[in-house]
Design a protein around this ligand. Sequence first.
Ligand SMILES: *[C@@H]1O[C@H](CO)[C@@H](O)[C@H](O)[C@H]1NC(C)=O
Ligand SMILES: *[C@@H]1O[C@H](CO)[C@@H](O)[C@H](O)[C@H]1NC(C)=O
Ligand SMILES: *[C@@H]1O[C@H](CO)[C@@H](O)[C@H](O)[C@H]1NC(C)=O
Ligand SMILES: *[C@@H]1O[C@H](CO)[C@@H](O)[C@H](O)[C@H]1NC(C)=O
Ligand SMILES: *[C@@H]1O[C@H](CO)[C@@H](O)[C@H](O)[C@H]1NC(C)=O
Ligand SMILES: CC(=O)N[C@H]1CO[C@H](CO)[C@@H](O)[C@@H]1O
Ligand SMILES: [Ca+2]
Ligand SMILES: [Ca+2]
Length: 596
Amino acid sequence: MDRKYFQICLLAIVFVGTIIVIIVCFEAKYGIREKVVESPFWQTSVVYQVYPRSFYDGQPDETGDITGITSKVDYLLELGVGAVWLSPVYTSPMKDFGYDVANFTEIDPIFGSMADFDDLVTTLHRKGLKLVMDFVPNHSSDQHEWFQRSVRCEDPYTDFYIWANSSGVDANGTQIPPNNWLSVFRGSAWEWNDERQQFYFHQFLPEQPDLNYRNHLVREEMKRVLTMWLDRHVDGFRIHALKFLFEIEDLSQNEPVATHSGVQDPDDYDYLNHTYTVDQPETLTVVREWRQLLNQYPDRVMMVEVYNDDIDAVMKYYGNETVPLADFPFNFFLIDNLQSRGDLTGESLRYTIDLWLDNMPEGKWPNWVTGNHDNGRVASRLGRDLVDALNMLTLLLPGTPVTYYGEELGMENTFISWDETKDPEGCRWGPDLYQEHSRDPERTPMQWDNCTNAGFTTANSTWLPVNPNYKVLNVKAQTQAETSHLKIYKELAVLRRADTFSKGHIAFPVVTKEIFSFLRYLEGSEKYLLVINTSEEELEVNLHRHANLPLPSSAVVVLRSVTDTSEKTHPGSEVPLDKVPLVGGEGLLLNLQAED
Ligand SMILES: *[C@@H]1O[C@H](CO)[C@@H](O)[C@H](O)[C@H]1NC(C)=O
Ligand SMILES: *[C@@H]1O[C@H](CO)[C@@H](O)[C@H](O)[C@H]1NC(C)=O
Ligand SMILES: *[C@@H]1O[C@H](CO)[C@@H](O)[C@H](O)[C@H]1NC(C)=O
Ligand SMILES: *[C@@H]1O[C@H](CO)[C@@H](O)[C@H](O)[C@H]1NC(C)=O
Ligand SMILES: *[C@@H]1O[C@H](CO)[C@@H](O)[C@H](O)[C@H]1NC(C)=O
Ligand SMILES: CC(=O)N[C@H]1CO[C@H](CO)[C@@H](O)[C@@H]1O
Ligand SMILES: [Ca+2]
Ligand SMILES: [Ca+2]
């Protein structure tokens, strides 16, 4: 080869190489800066709650476990969710199914080992999914070593829990508690301990003594717990029963009787007005400490569980621009305000959605919850016909949807006989009343296929009975069907990544008793209209007649509920907006094309 030609080639290669190096360096320096402004994962992901006892029994013994979840990661990936929130897997005597933790830094053998846990985290991360742990700070199990040592007054554990002297003995020689405070699960919140000769306080079961957050050593220990999991690469925490963290310091104060509750039974939790035992201002100080701890790690989430009818009390947990606290407190209003079909109208949906959006502090991020391990299944609470509409609603509203396992299939409450009842809250109410209180019906095994035990386990039985409808209602059947709740859910999970949904605005063009609708739009992007028929009747709606903003004359169907089989609303067909046919409970997603 010509020597000169060779030199030119070499020069050209060096030149191109240099350019590439410059580009790579530039990308490394400024590309990272660009990533900082990317949305955090918890804003772009659907959060999917896995109740580990009931998801999949990988090591078959009737109860689901961590290897079971790991073996189903591909299912989660195909479903399109971005983060798994794992209900507690910590060492526990299971008096409250894991919400009574005996060791906050250890995995209970029923769920597997720490190696299994690490494997789950690695597998999820490899597939681009996140893992959020349940953190249960208010109380430990009475089997926790701290409590055992506190009973024996061994320092520094003596004041790790809330201890108080008896205020005397009654005629029968029974110790009288220091005040009238009640447990959420009925009766006095004080339990006498013979060994220490004092009462200890428990907001929940006697086997769940409350930790004493007025003791800074407790706060330090719990921060060590968080750090340990963060160092194990978990992507954040869902914080359990947060409003119960602090009680007032003066234990001689009785709580006042609730004036308007209508409750006559003095052992019922709702008999008292809990002014001294929930939502104390000190709780926010501790949440602030946890926030600061999480901020030392990149892209971690803090979601908090605060049940309260008072929206302002809930919003406080967001903090504000200067003092950020949780990324979000769970929005339970879609559950609380819509307890049964009778509560559901276009107007009540609008009210409930506005309640959150209008009260949320500036710059914060909304979230939408329709079910969890403490509330009945959507299909049973509101109606089977509404399953798709509610998934459309939560996945397409601005904010983060939180889906309880099985809701993508429209799983239903399972009847559980008194003999089979496991939930302590159900058990405490006795055979006549347990059905109103037990949370077992919504905790039954995930329905994978139509094999024995719904394909949940190869063991002979399951810890809670499988819903008998599993033969037709299961993942396999819904994957094979032409249309199904599962298929709609998957399409929604993809669709919501579009700019219109992730960044767009919202408007509510038509809201009547029967009809709820919202519009999602963004300049330069597709415009979508979700229309929901909240009634049980088939309707033909003239959207123009009720619209509070201009709508085009027709729109194209993107998705519809499985219950709608009409030719007119087949996906891809054009529907005139003055004649929109909807079956009862239907959700219809339309693409509004620009008017010519
Ligand atoms: C919790 O478990 C870990 C790991 O087994 C152990 O090292 C630790 O001492 C336990 N902590 C308590 C307080 O029992
Ligand atoms: C509780 O009772 C013990 C023994 O009677 C007494 O020494 C202690 O001071 C009392 N504690 C409080 C807070 O009253
Ligand atoms: C004392 O015991 C009797 C019999 O168990 C019971 O009926 C009564 O209510 C008890 N008295 C008090 C003050 O608890
Ligand atoms: C509880 O007390 C507060 C004032 O401390 C009052 O505003 C509220 O209405 C009371 N709630 C009930 C249910 O009695
Ligand atoms: C933010 O919250 C903190 C703590 O509650 C409070 O001190 C501060 O005034 C608030 N700032 C604004 C701008 O509301
Ligand atoms: C709604 C509610 O109170 N949920 C939980 C509160 O905490 C107890 C004790 O850990 C749980 O049993 C409940 O599920
Ligand atoms: Ca198992
Ligand atoms: Ca507490």
